[in-house]
Ligand binder design. Structure first.
Ligand SMILES: NC(=O)c1ccc[n+]([C@@H]2O[C@H](COP(=O)([O-])OP(=O)(O)OC[C@H]3O[C@@H](n4cnc5c(N)ncnc54)[C@H](OP(=O)(O)O)[C@@H]3O)[C@@H](O)[C@H]2O)c1
Length: 235
């Protein structure tokens, strides 16, 4: 389910029934949940109308699922939503609470950052030339395929009524991650340290985006870089 129709994939994927629905309005949700035993809720809008889509939209979805008699709702959230003061995280935390208070038995998986997202941040931080960033911020990139595997296992296990966490195999400092990224891209941009002030900086440096939960994923940042750019990805 997404707002788009299957057409944007070129042709229909075998064995997949695509439903267009919009969490912001509720249009199509009843059809999307009709006949479902279990569902993964992955949709999110981090930068636009986040409260309306992530919080109120999750409520619309949970109510529609309850009405349709769905047995299990698995929601993906983010490690650190309860600690790190980002506006987006406040909405993800509120959405977790909507799921937990809703009519459908549930499970929540908080994952750490996907490598693609870390790369997006690094590209944004390099717009002015050097790679800007707080060298001591800690990250724990996790492969989205491994997150998908974990979600599928949770779906099969049935509702736990618990929040689980899942992170990548290693905790990296921002400067280590940035150096490996730069090397994989054969770039010579300098790293320019910029300390993030206040509580946000303290939480990020203290590992607010990381988790000690086990098991972890196995694919490393270096694996991602090697797959994306060739070579050893800084290993
Ligand atoms: N990226 C990360 O590092 C990371 C880490 C941990 C957890 N997560 C969580 O994992 C999930 C997926 O992340 P992602 O980075 O893959 O996100 P993404 O690429 O932005 O995908 C979000 C999806 O939400 C759908 N969507 C947005 N607004 C919608 C609406 N009003 N109604 C229905 N569907 C809507 C979009 O589909 P259409 O545009 O086709 O509607 C899109 O497929 C999110 O819940 C995110 O919080 C992400």
């Amino acid at each position: 389910m997404s707002r788009r129709t299957a057409g944007h994939l070129g042709s229909a994927v075998a064995g997949v029934e695509w439903v267009a629905a919009d969490l912001a309005t509720g249009a199509g949700l009843a059809a999307a949940v009709d006949g479902m035993e279990a569902m993964l809720h992955l949709a999110s809008s981090p930068t636009r109308r986040t409260h309306e889509i992530d919080v109120l939209g999750t409520r619309r979805l949970a109510l529609a699922a309850g009405h349709a008699g769905v047995d299990h709702l698995v929601y993906i959230s983010i490690v650190g939503v309860d600690r790190v003061p980002f506006g987006y995280y406040r909405h993800k935390l509120a959405a977790e609470q909507v799921v937990a208070a809703g009519p459908v038995p549930w499970s929540v998986l908080r994952a750490t950052q996907f490598p693609e997202f870390l790369e997006e941040l690094l590209r944004g931080a390099s717009r002015l030339g050097p790679v800007l960033g707080d060298p001591r911020v800690l990250a724990q990139p996790v492969d989205p395929g491994e997150v998908a595997g974990r979600l599928a296992a949770m779906l099969a296990a049935g509702p736990s009524g618990r929040i689980e966490e899942f992170g990548g195999p290693e905790v990296l400092r921002y400067d280590e991650a940035a150096r490996a990224w730069r090397k994989a891209r054969r770039s010579h941009r300098p790293l320019l340290p910029v300390r993030i002030p206040g509580r946000l900086g303290r939480e990020l440096r203290a590992g607010g985006l990381t988790t000690a939960a086990t098991p972890t994923g196995t694919r490393t940042w270096a694996d991602h870089l090697a797959d994306t750019y060739g070579g050893t990805g800084g290993r």
